[in-house]
Write a protein that binds this ligand. Structure first.
Ligand code: FCB
Length: 467
């Protein structure tokens, strides 16, 4: 019997009956966060970044992560147990091209080949993210996402994957959350490669989208099905009049910059103006802009929390959450992050209503593109009691956000699917193992996987849907 109360089961029933037949329910992971086995692949910027003392909260590095390279079959069985339609995973670039370009690593490709076939044999659709932040170190040496050859290198890597997998992958995402790569990694120092240079952040943002465009072109040549990308979009809430201009600027950097470039409107004029103190944008050209605006088949939204900000107060920063850093929004006037409780372990405000406003705003700025929630979930203080983890806080988070996604759909927003972050507790980037997002608890020492109540929630939800 699942450890779920009668009232939880009733609410699952209610949600299950509102989920349309062709709506995808899935779970997501990424290569760096789960794979381990770093010696069987090339080096990435996250190997370099995590080797620097102080960058990762608990000092955790690539190995063993969830040892997924060796335990992938067990992990696919967990997906079957959940009854999900699809699985979103990412490929490690240096696992298939050790130095980023040049010779393929056949054993790396063979791993993803087995994984994809393993999914298909379990009737689970493979959703492949090409780049989820683990850039080969060899390419960072050339300038990484600031290098003018990076787009072509990304196209070469895409071609290796497209040639081998375009017949079997159901959906492709070129990039995951390029805002994080550009602004947390290049403008700020919070993520790899940890540059801390605002100009580098704006240039990386643009070159990431150039890479996306070149990757889409290759995928089209190979008739890849359903090509898109995943952005971390959200709603900015200004708590007072004085924070409004800052909220608009931050919304520009996190949301409008990406959506306007994809929609063919170019860099928003206010962002162009407010960033002049850092960059002259001389790296932009019209043919790239045109390529970036070529249509995609879907857009993924990774949503976790709204960004609530307020005028600075004398007490200093209040409740600053993970990644809520002013340096990641270059050109923002002084503000303070002011998330309201309840907060997750990441310090992120729990607010399902902002998922609805984010979906509505996104469909307005980039119309006629089907939307998927490609990540959503929470880190909570999971307590193991007699071998079980009754994570009602995570379960409620999921229930309220799936409800919000369905409300948006019922109001006419074209939302086609929802992916839980994450299948497994894993390496949460700069937080290491200190923040757990899994449906399954992972014991770091024994690698044992244990279903939390939230995993039973998804299993019941999938079992009760009409498919
Ligand atoms: C997103 C990342 C994902 C995970 C979640 C918590 O920003 O895409 O890898 O770390 O946050």
């Amino acid at each position: 019997m699942p450890p779920l109360s009668k009232s939880v089961l009733d609410s699952i029933d209610e949600l299950a009956h509102r989920i349309p037949r062709n709506f995808l329910i899935g779970a997501a992971t990424s290569s760096w966060q789960i794979e381990g086995s770093s010696t069987t692949r090339g080096r990435s910027i996250w190997d370099d970044f995590s080797a620097v003392h102080g960058n990762i909260r608990d000092g955790a590095m690539a190995d063993p992560a969830c040892d997924h390279i060796n335990r992938w079959e067990e992990d696919l069985n967990l997906l079957s147990w959940l009854g999900v339609d699809s699985y979103r995973f990412s490929v490690s670039w240096p696992r298939v091209l050790t130095h980023g370009v040049g010779e393929n690593n056949d054993s790396g490709l063979a791993f993803y080949d087995r994984l994809i076939d393993g999914l298909l044999s379990r009737h689970i659709e493979p959703v492949l993210t090409i780049y989820h932040w683990d850039l080969p170190s060899a390419l960072e040496t050339k300038g990484g996402w600031n290098w003018d050859g990076i787009g072509d290198a990304f196209a070469e890597y895409t071609e290796v994957l497209a040639k081998k997998f375009s017949d079997r992958v159901s959906m492709w995402a070129t990039l995951n959350e390029p805002w994080c790569s550009a602004f947390l990694g290049y403008a700020d120092k919070f993520m790899a490669p940890g540059k801390g240079d605002p100009a580098a952040g704006f240039e990386a943002a643009y070159r990431l989208l150039v890479g996306h465009a070149k990757s889409v072109e290759v995928l089209r040549q190979y008739n890849a099905k359903d090509v898109g990308l995943a952005l971390n979009l959200t709603t900015f809430i200004a708590e007072d009049e004085g924070a409004k201009a800052a909220a608009h600027h931050m919304d520009g950097i996190m949301n409008r910059l990406w959506l306007d470039l994809l929609a063919g409107r170019g860099v928003p004029s206010d962002i162009m103006e407010n960033s002049r103190q850092f960059t002259d944008w001389s790296f932009i050209n019209d043919s790239d802009l045109a390529a970036i605006s070529r249509p995609i088949d879907w857009l993924g939204i990774n949503y976790y929390n709204p960004q609530r900000i307020a005028s600075p107060n004398d007490d200093g920063a209040v409740g600053v959450g993970n990644g809520q850093r002013i340096d990641a929004f270059p050109g923002t006037p002084p503000i303070t992050f002011a998330p309201k409780g309840p907060l997750t372990e990441m310090g992120w405000e729990v607010d399902a209503a902002s998922l609805i406003t984010t979906l509505v705003a996104t469909q307005e700025r980039l119309p006629n593109i089907p939307l998927y929630i490609t990540e959503n979930g929470g880190a909570f203080p999971d307590l193991i009691v007699n071998g079980s983890i009754d994570d009602q806080d995570r379960l409620n988070y999921y229930a309220s956000h799936i409800d919000a996604a369905l409300i948006a759909k019922e109001r006419g927003i074209d939302v086609r699917g929802y992916f839980a972050w994450s299948l497994l507790d894993n390496l949460e980037w700069a937080e290491g193992w200190t923040k757990r997002f899994g449906l399954f608890h992972v014991d770091r020492a024994t690698q044992e996987r244990t279903a939390k109540s939230s995993a039973y929630f998804f299993r019941e939800l999938n079992a009760r849907r009409s498919k």
